[in-house]
Design a protein around this ligand. Structure first.
Ligand code: ATP
Ligand code: GLN
Length: 148
């Protein structure tokens, strides 16, 4: 358990209490990534179908030898996961573990500082809004309490 509770000290800039981990991934890897997220106590995830190009799209384009056109975009899924700062590295690590094939087109992850989190139902802000019932923080406090 000590390995998963380990605090990582990466200096993200700009400094914030919460960050959005935004991962653009191969669509067929997303079920695997999302179930891994649930297992590690990540309860809040937003996904969208997107299209894009990176080296993968570029290669297709060069092989085709034609002008860039919209049909060169590759279908991807964007997962957006807002977590507290001390959870960012664990989330990144897990996404890589579950999404990586080693081939061009595995995707990319962006880390974006989040100014505030507001829960619409209650109007809560900040830490109260970001924490989710039964989420990663609850998981660890339960594991560390003598009653558990
Ligand atoms: P409530 O307790 O009121 O249900 P909640 O925090 O569980 O609040 P929801 O209202 O269930 O939040 O969330 C609505 C949507 O917001 C989710 O379907 C998801 O797309 C997105 N979402 C919520 N939390 C996060 C998060 N931490 N990161 C990314 N997306 C999130
Ligand atoms: N940081 C939240 C918690 O520990 C979980 C956030 C999320 O599920 N995206 O409860």
């Amino acid at each position: 358990l000590s390995t998963i509770t380990a605090q990582v000290s990466v200096d993200y800039i700009p400094e914030a209490s919460y960050y959005k981990v935004e991962a653009v991934l191969r669509p067929w890897r997303v079920p695997q990534v999302s179930s891994a997220m649930l297992k590690m106590g990540i309860r809040g995830v937003t996904v969208s179908d997107v299209r894009g190009f990176g080296v993968q799209g570029g290669l297709t384009e060069r092989q085709a030898g034609s002008e860039f056109s919209e049909d060169k975009f590759v279908a991807k899924v964007k997962m957006e996961i807002v977590v507290s700062k001390n959870q960012v590295e664990a989330v990144i690590e897990k996404i890589i573990e579950e999404a990586r094939t080693g081939e061009i087109g595995d995707g990319k992850i962006f880390v974006v500082p989040v100014a505030d989190v507001i829960r619409v139902r209650t109007g809560e802000r900040g830490e109260k809004a970001e924490r989710m019932m039964g989420g990663r923080t609850d998981m660890f406090s339960a594991a560390e309490s003598p009653a558990a």
